[in-house]
Design a protein around this ligand. Structure first.
Ligand code: ZN
Ligand code: ZN
Length: 278
């Protein structure tokens, strides 16, 4: 019998005002209906989280992300087909995604990119590298043409992501979500003007290199995110993640940068406004 995981206690209300969550999955985290979205957003607000970008990783999930963004003022959406599911990007999906991205409540094209991890671990259930690259290129062109930010998922695909971005049209903003790559990739990405978004894994003890990347990024080129329901930050690892828990990630990033957490909150809020145009 499996024990139900306890709901973690969020950061005390008001302790870090003005936080944002630049990338989360409200529906996968359990908020599928308007009352559930409102409740999750309210729990986040009680922990100081004022704005949330929710992401759909398939066509159906993108529809629900966009609906959440229409239903709740504090939520904006990102829409795309996840690289592992890139085979789902047929003509109908392209047509619908193009419409969704034109919606003012959709602020980014994502998550798209390259995932070789799942290709290695679940070859049957994961789109081939060739299909992923083709879908990635289509999403990049959509972001560039629509003037929306490009939100990238990169799991063990550093070389491919950097190569494909280098010879593609340039969207106004490029966000490397859940940044988990080595320092030299952080340096290259920052030099190119990309934004690094740090998730709960920046709080994990072994990931000193991510804290170094967080220290390296100038204001305007870093964000924080939960990527809920995964990547729960310390000290809540093992519990289900949600936007209310982002304060812990903010604190670790602030420590890495040697500044007060309120500085990180305000820099990230400003970057969120810039890249998402809200
Ligand atoms: Zn991702
Ligand atoms: Zn995600």
């Amino acid at each position: 019998m499996s024990k139900k995981k306890p709901r973690p206690t969020p950061v005390p209300a008001g302790s870090i005002p003005g936080l944002v969550d630049a990338h989360t999955h409200l529906a996968s985290a359990g908020a599928k209906t308007k009352p559930d979205v409102d409740a999750m957003v309210d729990r986040a607000l009680a922990a100081g989280v004022e704005r949330i970008c929710t992401v759909g990783d398939g066509l159906e999930e993108a529809e629900s992300a966009l609906k959440a963004a229409h239903d709740n003022d504090r939520v904006v959406a990102a829409c795309a087909i996840h690289p592992t599911r890139a085979a789902e990007l047929d003509q109908a999906a392209r047509t619908r995604l193009t419409e969704m991205v034109a919606d003012p409540r959709c602020v980014a094209v994502g998550e798209t990119g390259i995932d070789t991890y799942w290709l290695a671990h679940d070859a049957d259930g994961t789109a081939s590298l060739q299909v992923q690259e083709e879908a990635f290129r289509w999403h990049i062109e959509l972001a560039a043409a629509s003037g929306k930010a490009l939100m990238i998922h990169n799991r063990e695909g550093d070389a491919e992501v950097l190569r494909i971005l280098a010879d593609s049209p340039r969207p106004p903003h490029v966000i490397l979500h859940c940044f988990s790559s080595p320092l030299e990739v952080a340096r290259e990405a920052l030099e190119r003007g990309y934004v690094l978004s740090f998730a709960g894994n920046v709080t994990f003890k072994r990931n000193e290199y991510l804290r170094e990347a967080a220290a390296l990024a100038p204001a305007g080129q870093y964000l924080i995110e939960t990527d809920a329901p995964y990547m729960t930050p310390e000290p809540f690892r093992g519990a289900r993640n949600e936007p209310a828990l982002i304060g812990h990630t903010a604190k670790v990033v602030a420590d890495a940068r040697g500044v007060d957490v309120t500085v990180v909150a305000s820099e990230v809020r400003e970057t969120f406004s810039q890249v998402y145009g809200v």
